[in-house]
Design a protein around this ligand. Structure first.
Ligand code: HGY
Ligand code: MN
Ligand code: MN
Length: 418
């Protein structure tokens, strides 16, 4: 019975930490990070690990047509939609050991701890590994959780190609994870534990971030076309140098973000230069742009400012510019009851906590469209993430998992009307 939360209920910190470190071996990089791109061979191996661990914990595992994995733990009332705990196991090419992973491993630890305590929840529980959260290989990010929530069609997701031209659907088939479960099903709630990936919690000596929402995000792809030319024989006044235009675009993205400081951010993360030869004036450049702000209206102004500025750059440098907005994820506000459950759980555990809006995108941003959702943050060293040196402490990860455990039990109690 989960009429009340047993005062002594807690996760097994060592077991949780061991799972995090064990899976970090899959795709481990020499610098201590992880390279586990979505739908890669490394992703297949960690998925196999995840399936086996969930089945060993007594769950039934299903996979949908985009590779989202659902490990269901039976509740007393099978007619209720499950309370979900989700995050992701794919990483950036030079990712850390904790981004996404601690959310999935903490969810597994919650299931294991309930077993240890002999507790069966009223509603079923469902631990979810969302496919392609990072968007590092297949843009946009949070693609499969977005499709689950109806933001994208399955066909759109399956058609997305990486920079080598490999399509999502083909990569999914190659690792054998195109499942037959329907895309989308009811959830009673969705909780996600994640490292903050920013400096606030550490700076304020807060163990728990009570996440109230996610900021607004826009992604773009730009193609600049000028003219290849000889680096030695072409006078400067005759050049149409695509890389010069790209350099001005990079500076523009930073300038537009700084103009809306302190909350705006702007990043050019990918640049591909053709023909990429040291004595040829680059005739073509592909680049990506990531603009974000907590307020949709401010991000819309940043969009307009950026577009105007880069059109002038193309004109000035005699370049042909193609600028496509490839993704827009509006600001998200999480569910008040879920937030309250997290806040109460942190208080019960005696952890210092503070509210904050997530700078990073997360699967929860889309799942919030179809289920009451919120997130729990724990600190990471220096706020560093998307970096092989990303690190978190065992105590903080366990603290986050204990808050997750209690928030889930409390939500189950509330939903069962107890
Ligand atoms: O881009 C993001 O914020 C996330 O890491 N996918
Ligand atoms: Mn993440
Ligand atoms: Mn990430």
């Amino acid at each position: 019975m989960t009429a009340t939360i047993p005062a002594n209920i807690a996760v097994n910190s060592d077991r949780l930490w061991a799972s995090v470190q064990e899976t970090a071996e899959i795709g481990a990089t020499a610098k201590g990070g992880i390279c586990r791109l979505a739908l890669s061979e490394e992703d297949r191996r960690v998925r196999d690990w995840f399936r086996a661990a969930c089945e060993a914990a007594g769950c039934t595992v299903s996979v949908d047509g985009l590779g989202n994995m659902f490990a269901r733990r039976a509740g007393r009332d099978a007619t209720l939609a499950p309370i979900a705990i989700g995050s992701h196991l794919d990483t950036q090419p030079t990712g850390g050991k904790y981004d996404g992973i601690i959310g999935v491993m903490a969810g597994l630890e919650v299931l294991r701890s309930l077993d240890d305590a002999g507790l069966q929840t009223h509603a079923p529980l469902e631990l979810i590994n969302w496919t392609n959260e990072e968007g590092a290989r297949f843009a946009p990010a949070m693609l499969a959780s977005g499709a689950f929530a109806g933001a994208f069609t399955a066909d759109y997701a399956l058609s997305r190609a990486d920079r080598q031209g490999v399509r999502f659907g083909a990569a999914l088939d190659a690792i054998g994870y195109r499942g037959d479960a329907a895309l989308g099903h009811p959830l009673s709630a969705h909780f996600e534990l994640h490292i903050e990936q920013g400096p606030i919690l550490e700076a304020e000596a807060c163990t728990i971030g009570v996440v109230t929402g996610v900021q607004s995000i826009r992604w773009y792809e730009a193609r600049l076309v000028g003219s290849d030319g000889h680096a030695g024989a072409t006078p400067m006044r005759l050049r149409r140098d695509a890389l010069l235009g790209a350099a001005r675009m990079i500076e523009t993205a930073h300038r537009v973000a700084k103009a809306h400081a302190p909350d705006a951010v702007g990043t050019v993360g990918m640049v591909e230069c053709k023909p990429n030869s040291r004595n040829v004036i680059p005739g073509e450049v592909f680049l990506t742009v990531d603009l974000r702000h907590p307020d949709d209206a401010v991000l819309a102004r940043m969009d307009a400012e950026f577009r105007d500025a880069v059109a002038e750059i193309a004109e000035m440098d005699g370049l042909e510019l193609t600028l496509e907005q490839t993704w827009e994820s509006p600001a998200v506000h999480f569910d008040a009851d879920c937030i309250a459950a997290v806040r109460e759980a942190a208080a019960q555990c005696g952890f210092a906590s503070r509210d904050l809006v997530s700078g990073a995108g997360h699967d929860s941003a889309y799942i919030a469209r179809v289920a009451p959702t919120t997130m729990i943050f724990v600190p990471c060293a220096g706020g560093l993430s998307h970096n092989e040196a990303e690190s978190a402490t065992q105590d903080d990860v366990a603290a986050g998992a204990n808050v997750l455990l209690r928030a889930v039990i409390e939500t189950d109690r509330r939903l069962s009307g107890q």
